[in-house]
Design a protein around this ligand. Structure first.
Ligand code: SAH
Ligand code: SF4
Length: 391
């Protein structure tokens, strides 16, 4: 059941179908009207009542009065030579509350079919060979976790996004698709720590996977986290392990991890690794381990060996991400040979290891970097650390 505290008028795009039904029932409308409104928003990306052409004018006026509108707008759109589209997203309701980014990533010509995730063929629905776009979305303006190599971490947390602002990025994204493309995967890897904004994120996940909405497959939605242990458990329980999980590990020891990611002091590896082991993954699914390689810091043979040992027995695939240097941060991208030997060492131990290909290079597609251009680092507080404290 949706929590009673949700205010449909404040976050209409983040509202469940049942909440629309309750609102419209109060107005004396028939239940199917709620589904019509919900479908306009979530399957057609139309949140302006004026555009809901099969709905009576009186109801449209009431919806306008109930502040139904799209909570996100495209402030800037960059399209790279490889067709990656990077969107700077603004919030018309709260001017001055910052911007976030979302990125649409078309498949690479040599992308394999990602077979392990393919749904059971449904004879009633012949598969249409759409080009499968992955959309990366943001969950907060800035981030409180303070990872030292990350532009969002350097900026600090400005605010949480609402469920409507999170889902709205995908609704906008869909309007930017080329013919023949479909959004097939959504990754919560833009700005922010998704599990620090749990309620809005969980609501957004339910909306993105709703049958009468975008109807994304839960298994094709990936939550990436820096490692908030209680919320990893909660996500596993709430979605029965169906939501794909990516863990940003970046270091195989507590000492190194704590120096890169302050969250590790709160939830060290001795707590994090068991949480990953008990995540109720479906059979044959794997957790993605993200490992950002930083020159001379975590990219040497000893690190690869220690990582291999740490991950033993876990069902994982490893994504190596060469650091995208952030202005004002004293870390460098790894040298190519170190990236390749890191990969080889892990592969020799039997792991699936991929090197994240750089996409949309000419538009600076690194995480969190577009929205922060020109932003000044602010004083950071870490509210998840048992009461806010400065870093
Ligand atoms: N807060 C979440 C999701 C957003 S960050 C998390 O940390 O998992 C998505 C990924 O980008 C994370 O693995 C993060 O560590 C990585 N990342 C952040 N800044 C980076 C940079 N400058 N270069 C390369 N990867 C970076
Ligand atoms: Fe936040 Fe993720 Fe950046 Fe860390 S890497 S500061 S958790 S967005």
């Amino acid at each position: 059941m949706p929590p009673a505290s949700h205010d449909i008028q404040r976050d209409p795009v983040g509202s469940y179908l049942e909440e629309w039904e309750a609102l419209l029932a109060g107005w004396g409308e028939r239940p199917f009207r709620a589904k019509q409104v919900f479908r306009w928003i979530h399957t057609r990306s139309v949140a302006d009542p004026a555009g809901m052409t099969d709905i009576a004018k009186t109801l449209r006026e009431k919806l306008t009065g109930a502040t139904l509108h799209m909570p996100v707008v495209i402030e800037r759109l960059h399209r790279a030579a490889d067709d990656t589209r990077k969107v700077l997203v603004g919030f018309p309701d709260t001017p001055g509350s910052g911007t976030v980014e979302t990125v649409l990533i078309p498949p690479m010509p040599d992308d394999d079919a990602d077979d392990e995730l393919d749904d059971e063929p449904n004879p009633a629905m012949p598969r249409i060979a759409a080009r499968r776009v992955t959309q990366c979305i943001s969950t907060q303006v800035g981030c409180a976790m303070g990872c030292v190599f990350c532009a969002s971490g350097v900026a600090g947390l400005k605010r949480h996004l609402t469920a409507g602002e999170i889902v709205g990025q995908v609704l906008l994204g869909r309007t930017l698709l080329d013919e023949g493309e479909a959004i097939r995967n959504v990754v919560l890897m833009g700005m922010g720590e998704p599990l620090h904004n749990y309620d809005a994120v969980a609501r957004a996940l339910r909306l993105l996977t709703h049958r009468d909405g975008l109807d994304l497959s839960t298994r094709r939605v990936t939550v990436s986290t820096s490692g908030l242990v209680p919320e990893i458990d909660r996500l596993g329980e709430d979605f029965r392990g169906e939501v794909a999980l990516a863990i940003s590990l970046h270091a195989p020891t507590d000492e190194l991890r704590s120096s890169l990611m302050p969250i590790n002091r709160r939830y060290p590896l001795a707590e994090l690794m068991p949480a990953l082991r008990r995540y109720p993954l479906a059979r044959r699914r794997r957790i993605t381990v993200e490992y950002t390689l930083i020159r001379g810091v975590n990219d040497q043979a000893a690190h690869a060996r220690a990582l291999s040992k740490l991950l033993r027995g876990l069902s994982v695939k490893v994504n190596l991400i060469p650091l995208n240097p952030v202005e004002g941060v004293p870390y460098a991208a790894p040298v190519r040979d170190d990236v390749l030997s890191f990969q080889t060492r892990l592969r020799d131990d039997g792991y699936s290891v991929f090197i994240r290909k750089t996409r949309g290079d000419d538009i600076d597609a690194a995480c969190g970097q577009l929205a922060l251009q020109g932003a000044k680092p602010v004083k950071r507080t870490l509210p998840v650390f048992g009461g806010a404290r400065d870093t």
